[in-house]
Design a protein around this ligand. Structure first.
Ligand code: HEC
Length: 148
């Protein structure tokens, strides 16, 4: 009986912690947004590599998806979320927030320009998407832990 109670207490103790990470914790939300970025990158990358036919509407849908990410991503790094949910966020996001904001702004600008360019050909898509992919890469180099 004592053991049983102890177990319940332990479970109750663990619960708030696990709830913190369940569903919509910032760690999980930012992971979801990056998954969304990857999904949006797939068709654009496919077109650029010639594995998929150019489609202006599909490309624009990817740009719009990135625009949503650019608007939300920066809000998901509050103090206390440096770890958890197997995060790949580097501690530099918290120690060098200004630098991280610069990367976010570069991404946001590249995406806005791509939307404004509204590419209608593969060449135009190359010109529009290139800077976006560059900004994914430069932010990852500085602020994402590579776990391969
Ligand atoms: C401003 C910085 C920044 C930009 C721009 C950015 N990322 Fe990320 N990315 C991150 C960080 C930080 C993580 C780790 C997030 C975490 O685990 O909490 C990440 C993680 C990821 C992951 C792994 C998902 C995960 O969390 O396991 C993928 C895939 C990804 N990014 C794709 C992209 C693509 C594609 C783009 C461009 C279209 C992009 N990212 C732009 C910072 C950025």
């Amino acid at each position: 009986m004592y053991r049983f109670l102890l177990m319940i207490c332990t479970l109750l103790f663990l619960l708030p912690g696990s709830q913190l990470l369940a569903g919509d914790s910032p760690q999980e939300q930012r992971h979801e947004l990056m998954e969304q970025s990857k999904d949006a990158a797939k068709p654009v990358g496919g077109m650029l590599k010639g594995e998929m036919e150019f489609n202006a509407a599909t490309a624009m849908a990817s740009f719009e998806s990135w625009a949503t990410v650019a608007g939300e991503f920066g809000k998901l790094f509050p103090e206390g979320t440096e770890t958890g949910y197997d995060t790949e966020a580097k501690k530099e996001i918290w120690t060098d927030r200004a630098g991280f904001e610069v990367e976010l702004a570069k991404f946001d600008e590249a995406v806005s320009r791509a939307i404004a360019a509204n590419p209608q050909s593969l060449d135009e898509l190359k010109a529009a998407a290139g800077p976006v992919f560059k900004s994914c890469k430069s932010c990852h180099e500085a602020y994402r832990v590579e776990k391969e």
